[in-house]
Design a protein around this ligand. Structure first.
Ligand code: SF4
Length: 252
């Protein structure tokens, strides 16, 4: 499935146009309501401990979430603090093997723990600049920790989020080779953030919606709660779009 039929717009153009406030509201409410009934449950979502959440995000890089789930409880039990991980023995690599890329992950995790112990007194920092200075931490992980652990009003952007935005809003990144670092996309997602007390839920909803509904291949458009306003859907099924009144009706 390709997005080539979408009339794409620069994210800032769309943000400046307000991307139509009703379209944004429909997107926010649709995702939050969908999330209430369909959220995925993971151990790392049951904690506010920044170290546990940072560990989960690093482990999840280029790895299936279910694989991480299989080792996560043992992992945080063995390494409940950066200092414990810094002193990890050879069992660390054994534990990481089912995730793949275990040698690289082991190296990154040790460097990460060392940096937190040496530069931040063993505590996970709570600012974007400090987080992104840590080994293995990029914009997405830094923002995920700020949002999921510290509950700061921070957007999160990864390939899944970008795919949803491209399809629903017709957003086009100006950086073909590294969309995830496109500052315009980040600023556009900031515009989409709902009220402060919903930001963490909204970010988690985006993650789960990209994994379960607006998937890379074969998105589930026919059962999608935000289809009435989705640009991709309207291009693919021009005769199936509900009339405007139906599109604005409250979501069930
Ligand atoms: S209608 Fe389809 S393409 Fe649009 S947001 Fe829903 S699943 Fe994604």
């Amino acid at each position: 499935m390709s997005n080539s039929t979408i009339d794409s717009k620069n994210p800032l153009e769309l943000a400046n146009e307000g991307a139509s406030s009703s379209k944004i509201l429909f997107f926010q409410e649709g995702l939050l309501k969908w999330f209430e009934k369909n959220r995925r449950s993971f151990l790392w979502r049951e904690t506010h401990n920044p170290w546990y959440i940072l560990l989960a995000e690093v482990l999840l890089q280029k790895t299936n979430a279910r694989k991480v789930e299989n080792i996560y409880a043992e992992f945080i039990n063995l390494y409940p603090t950066p200092a414990k991980l810094l002193n990890a023995g050879p069992e660390l690599q054994e534990l990481l093997k089912p995730l793949g890329l275990w040698a690289a992950k082991s190296k990154i995790l040790r460097s990460l723990a060392k940096s937190i112990v040496e530069n931040f007194n063993g505590l996970v920092p709570d600012s974007f600049d400090n987080l992104i200075s840590l080994p293995g931490v990029g914009s997405y992980i830094a923002s995920a920790v700020l949002s999921f652990a510290y509950e700061k009003r921070t957007p999160i952007v990864d390939t899944n989020v970008i795919r949803i935005l491209e399809r629903y809003f017709g957003v086009c990144s100006t950086k073909n080779n590294n969309k995830e670092r496109d500052q315009q996309i980040w600023r556009f997602v900031e515009v989409l953030l709902p009220e402060s007390n919903c930001v963490k839920r909204f970010n988690l909803a985006l993650v789960d919606f990209g994994a379960l509904v607006c998937t890379h291949y074969h998105p589930h458009c026919d059962t999608c709660c935000i289809a009435p306003y989705c640009k991709y859907y309207s291009r693919e099924r021009p005769f199936e779009i509900p009339p405007p009144d139906a599109a604005l009706a409250p979501l069930e």
